[in-house]
Design a protein around this ligand. Structure first.
Ligand code: TXA
Ligand code: MG
Length: 337
């Protein structure tokens, strides 16, 4: 049974005790809904992988209520501290070498010598994390390889019956996952563009390697799957026109002719577009399918600000998928060989 809990102090306390007892609770953050479990318990984290039907054990982000609580698990650096001051709580995940005291379980880190840390700024998420008082591992609360949930309703549709509770805090304000930066290497390395933009990061870090050529590179992070966020309908990128048998994901003024249109932002506002991206993909996928449309055509989004993260997710949504059995994880595994 999955309990649906409208977020208030009492249900937050209830959700926290479910997590402390080893349960699985989906909760809203400012980025997307996470599927939370105690990061110190292999048994609890194993339930995440089962519920998501992840074919492989990708490392998960550990969530904390404060930078202090997060940094207690790693070898921190002055740069990490500066980034925390600038962006936490908020949509930034930092990868740092774990220290000898950390009790985060191996399944949460996939046995890596590093830990992914995040302090979200969603009010409900922060209150929940404070109440749990221990690290909470939480991937996005969607079945592996599918579109991330930016609303409790999306979680409900895919995860009902597979998890203990959903803590509903309404739609996510950012709507895209956190930016993941690896600080365990000699130079900071952007693993996943997200809610904090490259420009914002570079203002604090100096130059970071350009991430916008991911399309031609193997994934640098174990979870950076080529095919991801995949709707059921095929996705066609950089569309300038759309056919009557296509659904159109528009950005800015939309061309006429599409069978169905969802505009991410009529004013070409990247923040609005990011917040509406996953909901738009879901809508066009289900409604397009119902109307017998053949594909989702997607208009180009500019390469700056949140546009980088939007482009990254769209490219993954458009990537070729394995024909059967599992999702993109298998495909990437064989690419790595
Ligand atoms: O916004 C978000 O980050 C959401 C919310 C729920 O916080 N969470 C999320 O988690 O997107 P997930 O599991 O879907 O993505 C985590 C990413 C993956 O690409 C994973 O490979 C990477 O972080 N990651 C985690 N630990 C890592 C590590 N030690 N080294 C390299 N990459 C790591
Ligand atoms: Mg995810």
């Amino acid at each position: 049974m999955t309990e649906i809990l409208k977020a208030d102090p009492q249900t937050i306390a209830q959700a926290a005790s479910l997590i402390r007892e080893g349960g699985l609770v989906a909760f809203g953050t400012e980025t997307v809904y996470g599927l939370g479990a105690l990061a110190t318990s292999d048994a609890a984290v194993a339930r995440i992988f089962a519920a998501k039907q992840r074919p492989r054990f990708n490392p998960l982000i550990s969530h904390f209520a404060s930078a202090e609580a997060a940094f207690a698990h790693v070898e921190t650096t002055p740069l990490a501290q500066r980034l925390a001051d600038a962006f936490w709580p908020g949509p930034l995940t930092m990868i740092l070498p774990r220290n000898a005291h950390s009790d985060i379980c191996d399944l949460a880190t996939a046995g890596l010598p590093t830990i992914a840390l995040r302090v979200p700024r969603g009010k409900t998420a922060l209150a929940l994390l404070r109440e749990v008082g221990q690290p909470v591992a939480a991937p996005s609360a969607n079945p592996s390889g599918r579109v991330s949930p930016s609303d409790a309703f999306h979680v409900l549709r895919n995860m009902h019956g597979h998890i203990d509770a959903i803590l509903d805090s309404g739609p996510c304000s950012v709507g895209l996952e956190s930016t993941v930066i690896d600080l365990s290497r000699e130079v900071p390395f952007l693993l996943r563009p997200g809610g904090v933009t490259l420009e914002q990061l570079e203002a604090v870090c100096g130059t970071i390697r350009n991430p916008d050529d991911y399309a031609t590179k193997l994934p640098a992070s174990p979870g950076m799957l080529a095919s991801h966020y995949a709707p059921a309908l095929p996705v066609r990128l950089n569309a300038e026109t759309a056919a009557p048998d296509e659904a159109l994901l528009a950005f800015g003024p939309a061309p006429a002719g599409a069978g169905l249109v969802y505009n991410l932002s009529e004013n070409a506002d990247l923040e609005e577009a990011a917040a509406r991206l996953f909901a738009g993909l879901r809508f066009l996928d289900s409604e397009g399918h119902r109307r017998g449309l053949r594909a989702i055509a997607v208009m180009a989004v500019p390469r700056h600000g949140l546009g980088l993260a939007i482009r990254d997710r769209l490219r993954r949504a458009a990537s070729p998928r394995p024909m059967s059995g599992g999702d993109g994880d298998d495909e990437v595994e064989s690419m790595i060989g």
